[in-house]
Design a protein around this ligand. Structure first.
Ligand SMILES: [Zn+2]
Ligand SMILES: [Zn+2]
Length: 359
């Protein structure tokens, strides 16, 4: 097979190239997946700009779904060509203590040194291993990767949201959201809206979505939000206490800012849970009056990193059709129009929620 395939490559910080490469082959235990859709994540833009380490040359893309194209010898997953699959971006070693206790998002094995784990499309340089990211027509899936079959009952237009929805499901699980709980979600981006859906599905009674853009707050209602608030700081505290006088049982911070993290700690009730699900970058530092906000109120602060165990409930929720997931996918581009898609995201194009590439 000498068929040529296409990859988007970040060869160095600030650069984007489209390359024709030979079709990859599946080694022992590996799969070749033909990518059908890949979501564009803010992380991809940070990677392009060199804000997240130096993984270059990199094939980005961690929100991908596809079809099994080739199964290598010794595949242990029982997959056959033609099956629709979602692949988790985290490639766990499956041997370390964290992997064995099911928290494989904390896998201690990195490429060389302890770090944030091996992530397809994020930190595995294309010249070190054959594994690449999802901005490609075809990709090699390593033997240790976790692969999920996508049920036929999942709307094909919504299936590409499985990774961000898995992140949302993990955040809701971290927050131990229970029947009747009041949940506040700060940040109505795709993950925030999906957190509203996941919290609602977990049985939350009141789901308040906090954010500045009016059209996002309107959309939040379709994703299980019972109230919406556009305020920050003191005004947010007042607004939330107007709805929940004792504060929220659970607050999920999905905006990725230390100001929002501080707000989250202020609007949670005594003894409540605060989930930190948004990445703030390596610069900002959270400063808080720790006795007043944490110690004397016994707040559980629960950082939520990517997902482990999130894909299963995410696929179930997608299959349920309970929320209008595909309405979040507002912009679809051919893979080769990646730079146009990036520009539209950076220009905050009106109405753009989730942009998706089709290889
Ligand atoms: Zn992402
Ligand atoms: Zn591990």
């Amino acid at each position: 097979m000498t068929e040529s395939t296409v990859q988007v490559v970040f060869p160095r910080a600030g650069a984007v190239e489209i390359r024709a490469v030979p079709r990859p082959q599946a080694g022992a235990g590996e799969l070749v997946v033909r990518v059908t859709r890949v979501g564009i994540c803010a992380t991809d833009l940070h990677l392009r700009d060199g804000h997240i380490g130096d993984p270059f040359p990199l094939v980005p893309g961690h929100e991908f779904i596809g079809v099994v194209d080739e199964v290598g010898s010794d595949d242990h997953r029982g997959l056959v060509p033609g099956e629709n699959v979602a692949v988790e971006m985290l490639v766990p070693c499956q041997r370390c203590e964290r992997c064995r206790e099911g928290r494989y998002n904390l896998c201690a094995q990195d490429l060389d040194t302890p770090g944030p784990g091996r992530q397809l499309g994020v930190n595995i340089p294309a010249d070190t291993l054959p594994y690449s990211g999802g901005y490609a027509t075809h990709m090699v899936v390593p033997s240790q990767a976790i692969v999920h079959r996508i049920p036929d009952s999942v709307d094909p237009d919504a299936a590409v949201l499985v990774e961000p929805l898995a992140v949302a499901c993990h955040a809701v699980t971290r927050g131990r959201v229970r029947l009747g709980d009041s949940v506040v979600i700060i940040g109505p981006g795709p993950v925030g809206l999906l957190c509203a859906a996941a919290a609602s599905a977990a049985g939350a009674g009141t789901v308040i979505v906090v954010g500045g853009r009016a059209e996002r707050r309107t959309l939040a209602r379709a994703f299980g939000s019972t109230a919406q608030v556009a305020a920050r700081g003191d005004d947010l505290v007042t607004a939330v206490h107007g709805i929940l006088p004792r504060g929220a049982d659970v607050v999920i911070e999905a905006a990725g800012s230390v100001d929002a993290q501080r707000d989250a700690l202020r609007i949670v009730r005594r003894g409540g849970r605060v989930v930190l699900a948004g990445a703030c970058g390596s610069g900002p530092t959270l400063q808080i009056p720790s006795d007043d906000l944490l110690l004397t109120r016994e707040i559980d602060v629960l950082p939520s990193f990517l997902s482990s165990g999130g894909f299963e409930p995410a696929l179930e929720l997608l299959a349920s059709g309970r929320f209008p997931f595909s309405s979040l996918v507002t912009h679809v581009y051919p893979l080769t129009d990646v730079e146009q898609a990036f520009a539209d995201i950076e220009n905050r194009t009106e109405g753009l929620i989730k942009a998706v590439l089709v290889p």
